[in-house]
Write a protein that binds this ligand. Structure first.
Ligand SMILES: [Zn+2]
Length: 176
């Protein structure tokens, strides 16, 4: 856990009440996100009141394999994270939640590196299609194979029927 600390941090000491812009970029390699490359961007604001509300739009670009046709394609994930930092006194009325952290008011900075890493990992889709209407490049070939097999099976059936007709065996009647 400590491994990824201190990459996405904000100094909160001396921040006045109200909204302050936030923009941080960290190389994806430092976050051990192997599918991704370039920087992970976080842009948004922190709103200071009796608590701290951090609202960030993330941008992470990676390469994924299309589940249907197998080609590698590039995709930018843009998850949004909302984190709430509450002092211990207010913590009682805050619901237990992954997105709510307790912080001591005398803290110098908040560290949300793990939160950002988790949000990006959660944003990776279960199914990846390089295009919403991907037909799957390999399917055409498979269909042809199946057709060929059916065709040869059909030929075999015809041969069997012919043989049956020619043999004139009475056994054929009971099958009808
Ligand atoms: Zn595809």
């Amino acid at each position: 856990m400590e491994k990824f600390a201190h990459l996405f941090t904000l100094k909160i000491r001396g921040l006045g009440f109200g909204s302050h812009p936030v923009e941080i970029s960290v190389p994806s390699s430092q976050l051990d996100l192997p599918r991704f490359y370039g920087d992970i961007h976080a842009k948004g604001e922190i709103v200071v009141s009796d608590r701290l509300a951090l609202h960030l739009l993330l941008q992470a670009t990676g390469t994924f394999d299309c589940d249907r046709c197998g080609i590698e394609f590039e995709k930018t994930l843009t998850p949004v994270i909302d984190l709430l930092y509450v002092p211990p006194l207010l913590a009682s009325d805050a619901e237990e939640d992954d997105n709510i952290h307790i912080f001591e008011p005398q803290t110098n900075e908040i560290d949300f590196t793990e939160d950002i890493r988790d949000a990006i990992i959660l944003a990776i889709p279960m199914k990846n299609l390089h295009s919403p209407d991907c037909k799957g490049v390999d399917l055409g070939g498979k269909d042809m194979l199946i057709d060929e097999r059916l065709a040869s099976l059909g030929g075999l059936l015809e041969k069997l029927r012919e043989e049956e007709m020619n043999s004139g065996a009475p056994g054929g009647v009971s099958q009808g």
